[in-house]
Design a protein around this ligand. Structure first.
Ligand SMILES: *Cc1c(COP(=O)(O)O)cnc(C)c1O
Length: 369
């Protein structure tokens, strides 16, 4: 990433700087290109719009990036490169799409999946000696748990074992898994990278040229390329990533502290809180604590649902990573029954922190009856 800070790089990268060219690479709506050329067909070689987005993401992560049509398309490209009979280590409770894909492959006899607690560093280090792929997610959804990425990514491995990190909740501004020894970092660009809840996209970045080639080939065969408009919007969104994360994570810290002392809140999970069980590990390698937190209200699940419905500023919606705050009760999602009944996952946005707090207070009050 040259000598620029991430904050400057994300704004300056992916531009042609050729006199007469537009500052922003436009959405190039093309599948086909004149020959002879290295760029033949978009599914294989992408488009200039996609190149610009990949240049930004690769530079931010310190590797080379490939953009996919969704986060799950990116996950699938990593999982489906495993040979039949491989062993895969996944978190006990990963992002539900990853959970579904791991289960499906297991049922089809494609691979065997080990399910590990994200905080059990020794189990992950052991798995590095036996598994073919370690799939980590940190901070993990929805309990905002932190894996000891430096210890796991640097563990001795069986030859050929790949370590991949779903870094969606952190963004490249908060942690850089490739620097810690991971082979692949994955993002759902649908979330913080795009940042406006208006696109689907995914990213893989790696430093390993042959892995990059292989994943690029996989994307070409499975047709998981990001669309032209999505790449344009993701680039546009990424320009403000540093600003948004700075604001959202400051808001998250403040709200976590206030929620922590509210009598109608039982437990707040945010790695930035000094007494959070993930605080010490997070401090060792993350440059911030991110914009995601979760908390449990007093009362039962119904009350937590009423709380979500009573919000007027915070959006009651499933996804995350937008400039607007969103929150959702996770136990209502099928397959998430192990999640505490009243747990609310909160993607803190960039609104005024006092406005957000007043909304939380009024929704807690309105739902307490
Ligand atoms: C959303 C998400 C995904 C999947 O990404 P899509 O863009 O929805 O396909 C994977 N991991 C995490 C942590 C996510 O939040």
């Amino acid at each position: 990433m040259e000598e620029l800070s991430a904050e400057s790089f994300v704004i300056s990268a992916g531009r042609s700087r050729v006199p007469g060219d537009p500052l922003n690479v436009p959405p190039v709506l093309a599948s086909n290109f004149y020959l002879p050329s290295e760029r033949i067909y978009a599914r294989g070689e992408g488009t200039p719009t996609i190149d610009a987005f990949e240049e930004i993401m690769g530079g931010l992560e310190g590797g080379r990036a490939l953009a996919f049509s969704s986060g799950m398309a990116a996950v699938a490209a990593v999982l489906h490169r495993l040979p039949v009979g491989a062993v895969l280590a996944v978190p006990e409770d990963p992002y539900h799409g990853v959970k579904g894909l791991a289960e499906e492959g297991e049922q089809q006899g494609r691979w065997k999946a080990l399910r590990l607690n994200i905080r059990d560093t020794d189990a992950w280090r052991d798995a590095a000696l036996t598994a073919d792929l370690l799939w980590l997610e940190s901070p993990a959804n929805p309990l905002i748990t932190i894996a000891d990425l430096p210890a796991i990514c640097s563990a001795p491995r069986k030859a050929g074992t790949i370590v991949a990190v779903d870094s969606t909740f952190a963004t490249p501004l908060v942690q850089k898994p490739l620097d810690l020894g991971a082979d692949i970092v994955m993002h759902s660009a649908t979330k913080f990278i795009g940042g406006h809840s208006d696109l689907m996209g995914g990213v893989l970045a790696t430093r390993d040229e042959s892995l990059h080639e292989e994943l690029s080939h996989r994307r070409k065969l499975s047709g998981g390329l990001i669309g032209a408009m999505e790449a344009f919007l993701a680039t546009r969104g990424a320009r403000t990533l540093a600003l948004r994360i700075e604001r959202a994570q400051a808001n998250a810290m403040e709200l976590a502290q206030r929620l922590h002392t509210h009598p109608e809140v039982v437990r707040v999970r945010y790695p930035g809180l000094p007494d959070d069980e993930n605080h010490e590990i997070a401090k060792t390698f993350m440059t911030g604590f991110g914009p995601m937190l979760s908390f449990e209200t007093t009362g039962d699940g119904e009350r937590a649902s009423r709380f979500c419905e009573a919000a007027r500023l915070i959006n009651h919606a499933t996804s995350l990573g937008g400039i607007e705050s969103t929150m959702e009760r996770r136990a209502v999602i099928p397959g998430q029954e192990t999640i505490p009944e009243t747990l609310i996952r909160f993607s803190v946005g960039c609104e005024n922190v006092d406005d957000l707090w007043h909304d939380i207070e009024q929704a807690l009050q309105a739902s307490s009856r």
